[in-house]
Design a binder for this molecule. Structure first.
Ligand SMILES: N[C@@H](CCC[C@H](N)C(=O)O)C(=O)O
Length: 357
């Protein structure tokens, strides 16, 4: 069992802390001990936490050698509790972590713990950066709304930028433009929703105009009323069953029904599913079961899809507050068909992890 201690010191910068710790623990990276740096982004107080593992022998020595060349430095970020291992990947157009390694890193018991791993890669086609992401199950989604807010704040940190800044980000869902605001929140132009059934993709029967609005989806013998929207990634939005329209989202057993939606045969690329309660014409409450990550505290693309579905089904206007388990997001589907999402993103801690093969 690892013994651990931690101290808190106030220092001007992370580089300075690194140099002090390197002087105090010169061989820490060569003996199988892992050294982690943690900074509280609000107070700039920095704490060091070192866990010392009992020395291992024989076959483990080679294992330790492999780990030595496989150390990943990362920053853990969260947006409304949707949390990510952010990796500075600006020196290469391939992620430094494989999907299998991402699964291990995201494990909440045996790894760092996160809903996904996100990589800041060089931009292409005139964009500033490329964002790629692996879900905690190792699958690669096209986009992540909370992730792109964290991405913007991470870039600002990497590039030492303060104040308002916007970036052109290439993603699997095309161009996404986050803008850091004066209050530190990030407003994102999330692009346009996709409503054509084959492009979502869903095999559910489409309306005359090709969209899937208030379709019937049979899940475990229950007929749900669903509207399908892609924000680059697929979403199935429901406000209730065909029998009883209104959902009380706190009462849902997400762990039971979520996977049945995710893996339903009507969704050839699987799906994210949002269960929504209408509070008023401008206020919604939702819970989400994410493709590849399960129940999360928030989903930015999901909140956008929910507002599109709410407008199409006639529940709300185009500007809504969407309450998620991790907190609220402000969503606006403008008349030019672009959707804007505004919400927080925060650094949680700095760390280094051994990449397991
Ligand atoms: N949490 C994200 C969405 C992440 C991707 C999703 N799990 C998928 O596979 O499509 C968000 O904030 O949008």
């Amino acid at each position: 069992m690892a013994a651990a201690f931690s101290t808190t010191v106030s220092l001007p910068s992370r580089d300075r802390l690194t140099s002090i710790l390197t002087r105090c623990f010169p061989s820490s990276l060569h003996t199988g001990r892992s050294l982690r740096l943690i900074r509280n982004p609000t107070t700039r107080a920095i704490s060091s936490s070192m866990s010392v593992q009992a020395p291992k022998r024989s076959a483990d020595v080679a294992y330790l050698d492999r780990k030595e060349s496989g150390i990943l430095h990362f920053v853990k970020y969260q947006g409304l509790g949707n949390d990510f291992i952010m990796v500075d990947n600006r020196d290469s157009s391939e992620p430094k972590v494989t999907p299998e390694q991402a699964v291990k890193l995201c494990d909440r018991n045996f790894g760092v713990g996160a809903d996904g791993a996100i990589f800041v890669l060089p931009g292409i086609d005139g964009t500033d950066y490329t964002m790629r992401i692996f879900n905690s199950d190792g699958s690669e989604p096209e986009m992540c709304g909370n992730g792109v807010r964290c991405f913007a704040r991470f870039i600002a940190e990497l590039e030492n930028l303060s104040g308002t800044h916007s970036f052109k980000i290439h993603t699997g869902a095309g161009l996404i433009v986050p803008e850091i605001q004066n209050d530190g929140k990030v407003k994102v132009d999330m692009g346009q929703p996709i409503l054509q059934a084959p492009n979502i993709p869903t095999k559910l029967p489409a309306n005359k105009n090709g969209s899937v609005i208030q379709a019937e989806l049979l899940v475990n013998g229950i007929a749900w009323n669903v509207t399908c929207v892609s924000m680059g990634n697929p979403h199935c939005v429901t406000f209730g069953t065909k029998k009883s329209e209104a959902l009380q989202v706190d009462e849902l057993k997400l762990e039971d029904i979520g996977p049945m939606f995710e893996h339903h045969e009507m969704f050839p690329a699987r799906t994210n599913t949002e269960f929504v309660q209408v509070i008023s014409r401008s206020h919604l409450k939702m819970r989400v079961w994410e493709r590849g990550a399960g129940a999360t505290l928030a989903c930015g693309t999901g909140a956008c899809a929910v507002v599109v579905a709410a407008v199409l089904e006639g529940h709300t206007g185009r500007k809504c507050t969407v309450d998620l388990p991790g907190g609220p997001l402000e969503i606006e589907w403008r008349e030019d068909n672009h959707i804007y999402m505004t919400g927080p993103a925060e650094a949680v801690f700095y760390g280094s992890a051994h990449l397991q093969l």
